[in-house]
Write a protein that binds this ligand. Structure first.
Ligand code: FAD
Length: 469
C-alpha cells in the first residue's frame, strides 16, 4: 500500500519501542510510516520531564533512531507546539493520518484531546491506542461504577478480567514514505546537561528497547524465581529494574506480564496500573492530597533539613545510602524509597510535595502516576496509604532488610569499615569501634539530624492537630 491513502505519522511519546506497539502496528497496516517525536515541555506544565528523565529520553530516542534506521526508517525530531508541528509535518510528507499511544497524566490527556479534535477538523485521521497499560483506567470500576481507591479490590477486579492480551511482535515490514520531512537533530533538543553529571546514569543503565529486553531477560533467568523474598533486600539483585523502561514505553507491560509467571511480581505491575487509575480519576493528586482533610497538615519549612535529606546527610545510614544511590544512578530500590519518603514526611515533617519534586528531578523512572501514589502513600494522605501513626524506624528497617549492611556500605564508603551491628546506627557505636573504622562523627559522617523517638512524638502530635478536620 502506498500514496493513495497517504502516509501515517506515528507520533511517539512514551512508547519508544517497535515491539508490541499498537499505534505502530496500525500505522504499518495502513501504509508508509513517518515516526515523529515532538518536544514541547511547556505543554506538560509543572510536570515536564525532570533533569534525569531528560538524560534518559535523549539516549532512548537515539537508540530508537538507530533501530528505525536498521529498518529503513528515520525518527523525525521536531521542537515546537505539538498541534502546529504535527499539522505542518503531515502537510510536508503528504500524510493523511496521525496515530499515537495514549498517555494518562492530566496535561497530556487535555493536550491530546485537543490535538485529536483539531487534526480531525483539518481532515486528518487521528487515532489513539492503548500501548501503556494492561487495562484502560476507565475500563476498571467498582460494582457501583466508581473508581477504586483501595488496591486489593482493584487488583481482584483486574484479575477477574482474565489474563492481559498476548504481546504482538514488532512489525516485519516498516514501509517508508516516498519523501522524508526535515527534522531537528537530537542535540538541538538540549536534553543533556551542559555540565556532565550523568556519568552514573550512563554506567547503570542502557536506555532503549534493546536495554529493556536485556533487563527483562536477566530478571527472568535470575531473580524472578525468588522475587517474593528478594524484592525487599536492596543489597541483592532481587528486582527487575524495569521501571524506567516501562515508563518510557521501551517495553510493554503485556510483554513483561507474559514473560514473568510469578504472582508476587505481576501484582507489582497492577500497582503500576492502580497508580495510573488513581491519577486518571483524581487528576489533582500530584499537587493536593487525595483526601482534603490532609490539606491542613502542619508541614514545617526547614531548608537545611531538606538539603541534608537531598544530599544524603541525615545521619541515618539507610536513608543516606538511598539518597546517594538516587543521586548517582537515578534510581532507588523500592524498600529504600519507602524509608526515605517516610523519613522526610515523618521524621523531618517536611511536605511530601518537596520530596516528590526532588524525586521528579532525579529519578530516571520519574512517573507522575507512581511517584504521586508513592508519596501520598508515605505521607498517609492518599489511596491505600500507610497509616500516619506507623512510622518507619530507619535503624530497625536497616537491620531487617540490609542485615549485613552491604547496601549501606556500598553507597556510604565512609562507613564501610563499621561492623554490621553498628552500621545502621553509627552514633550508638562505642568510640573505640568508630575509631577503628576510621569514622569521626560530625566530620566523615553527620550526627543524626533528628532523634528518632523525639521525631516520632512530634509527628504524632502534628497528626493530632488534624483530628476533627
Ligand atoms: P520491580 O519490583 O521489579 O517491579 C516491577 C514493576 O512494577 C516496576 O518496574 C514498576 O513499574 C511496577 N511497580 C513496582 N512497585 C510499584 C509501586 N509501589 N508503585 C507503582 N508501580 C510499581 N515507580 C516508578 O516507576 N516511578 C516513580 O516515580 C516512582 N516513585 C516512587 C516514589 C515513592 C515515594 C515510592 C515509595 C515508590 C515509587 N515508585 C515509583 C514505585 C517503586 O519504588 C518502583 O516502581 C520500583 O522501585 C522500580 O523498581 P523495579 O523496576 O525493579 O521494580
Amino acid at each position: 500500500m502506498t500514496g493513495a491513502s497517504g502516509a501515517t505519522l506515528w507520533w511517539l511519546r512514551r512508547d519508544l519501542r517497535l515491539d508490541d506497539n499498537p499505534a505502530l502496528a496500525a500505522a504499518c497496516a495502513r501504509g508508509p510510516v513517518v515516526p515523529v517525536f515532538v518536544w514541547c515541555p511547556r505543554e506538560e506544565g509543572r510536570w515536564a520531564p525532570g533533569a534525569a528523565s531528560r538524560v534518559w529520553l535523549h539516549h532512548a530516542l537515539a537508540a530508537l533512531h538507530a533501530a528505525l534506521r536498521r529498518h529503513g526508517l528515520r525518527l523525525v525530531v521536531r521542537h515546537g507546539p505539538t498541534l502546529e508541528t504535527l499539522a505542518a509535518l503531515a502537510a510536508e510528507c503528504d500524510a493523511s493520518a496521525v496515530y499515537w499511544n495514549r498517555l494518562y497524566d492530566p496535561a497530556s490527556t487535555a493536550r491530546d484531546t485537543q490535538v485529536k479534535g483539531a487534526l480531525r477538523e483539518r481532515g486528518l485521521e487521528a487515532r489513539s491506542f492503548n500501548g501503556a497499560l494492561l487495562n484502560e483506567p476507565w475500563a476498571v470500576a467498582s460494582s457501583q461504577g466508581r473508581p477504586f481507591r483501595v488496591f486489593t479490590p482493584f487488583h481482584r477486579h483486574c484479575l477477574s478480567l482474565g489474563p492481559p492480551r498476548s504481546p504482538a511482535p514488532a512489525p516485519g515490514n516498516l514501509p517508508a514514505p516516498r519523501t522524508w520531512p526535515a527534522g531537528d537533530t537530537l542535540d538541538a533538543l538540549a536534553l543533556l546537561p551542559r555540565i556532565d553529571w550523568a556519568v552514573g546514569i550512563r554506567e547503570a543503565w542502557t536506555p532503549g528497547e534493546a536495554g529493556a529486553q536485556r533487563e527483562l531477560a536477566v530478571f527472568v533467568d535470575g531473580a524472578a524465581a525468588h522475587y517474593a523474598t528478594g524484592r525487599d533486600l536492596p543489597a541483592t539483585d532481587g528486582v527487575s529494574r524495569l521501571s524506567p523502561h516501562l515508563h518510557f514505553g521501551e517495553i510493554s507491560p503485556h510483554r513483561v506480564w507474559h514473560a514473568v509467571s510469578n504472582e508476587a511480581f505481576t501484582r507489582q505491575l497492577y500497582w503500576r496500573e492502580f497508580a495510573h487509575h488513581l491519577l486518571f480519576h483524581f487528576p489533582h493528586t500530584p499537587d493536593e492530597p487525595l483526601y482534603p482533610r490532609y490539606k491542613a497538615f502542619p508541614w514545617r519549612e526547614d531548608g537545611p533539613a531538606l538539603g541534608a535529606w537531598q544530599r544524603g546527610r541525615t545521619g541515618y545510614p539507610l536513608v543516606d545510602a538511598g539518597m546517594r544511590e538516587l543521586w548517582h544512578t537515578g534510581w532507588m530500590h523500592n524498600r529504600v524509597r519507602m524509608n526515605v519518603a517516610s523519613f522526610l514526611v515523618k521524621h523531618l515533617l517536611l511536605d511530601w510535595r518537596a520530596g516528590a519534586r526532588w524525586f521528579w528531578d532525579t529519578l530516571v523512572d520519574a512517573d507522575l502516576a507512581s511517584n504521586t501514589m508513592g508519596w501520598q502513600w508515605a505521607a498517609g494522605c492518599g489511596a491505600d496509604a500507610a497509616p500516619y501513626f506507623r512510622i518507619f524506624n530507619p535503624v530497625r528497617q536497616g537491620g531487617r532488610f540490609d542485615p549485613g549492611g552491604r547496601y549501606v556500605r556500598r553507597w556510604l564508603p565512609e562507613l564501610a569499615r563499621l561492623p554490621p551491628e553498628h552500621v545502621h546506627a553509627p552514633w550508638a557505636a562505642p568510640t573505640a569501634v568508630l575509631e577503628a573504622a576510621g569514622v569521626r562523627l560530625g566530620h566523615d559522617y553527620p550526627w543524626p539530624v533528628v532523634e528518632h523517638a523525639a521525631a516520632r512524638r512530634r509527628a504524632l502530635a502534628a497528626l493530632e492537630t488534624l483530628r476533627g478536620a
